[in-house]
Design a protein around this ligand. Structure first.
Ligand SMILES: [Zn+2]
Ligand SMILES: [Zn+2]
Length: 117
């Protein structure tokens, strides 16, 4: 058993953990049926397992969709609309207390976020 449980940033409750995407999807559809709430599974990069998050927090974000790289040479997350970039910017500022700025992708495929210096 892993000891580093992930907690919801909104409710501070431990997040439910799913060991595969299929299991997470069936849990999501169960919640939709029984409680009428829309959730989607995502792979947690902290515990490497699946959690569920509210559908409204889902962002149109793509990885490896363009050639833009960050200062470490990693592919930048591409937000398909400015609203998505804006949502992520607010989320990061709120949760991680970092200041970000939105700029248009060099290939005009969407928007990226960069740290404000
Ligand atoms: Zn996790
Ligand atoms: Zn780009």
């Amino acid at each position: 058993m892993k000891s580093d449980t992930c907690f919801s940033k909104r409710t501070n409750q431990p997040l439910s953990v799913y060991y595969c995407e299929e299991e997470a999807y069936s849990a999501a559809s169960y919640e939709r049926l029984t409680r009428g709430i829309s959730l989607y599974p995502y792979l947690c990069n902290k515990c490497q397992l699946y959690h569920l998050a509210p559908e409204e927090s889902r962002l149109n974000v793509k990885h490896n969709a363009c050639f833009c790289r960050d200062s470490n040479g990693n592919p930048k997350a591409l937000y398909l609309t400015k609203e998505d970039a804006e949502k992520q910017r607010e989320k990061s500022e709120h949760e991680q207390h970092i200041r970000l700025k939105i700029y248009e992708c060099e290939q005009h495929l969407g928007f990226h976020l960069t740290h404000m210096l």
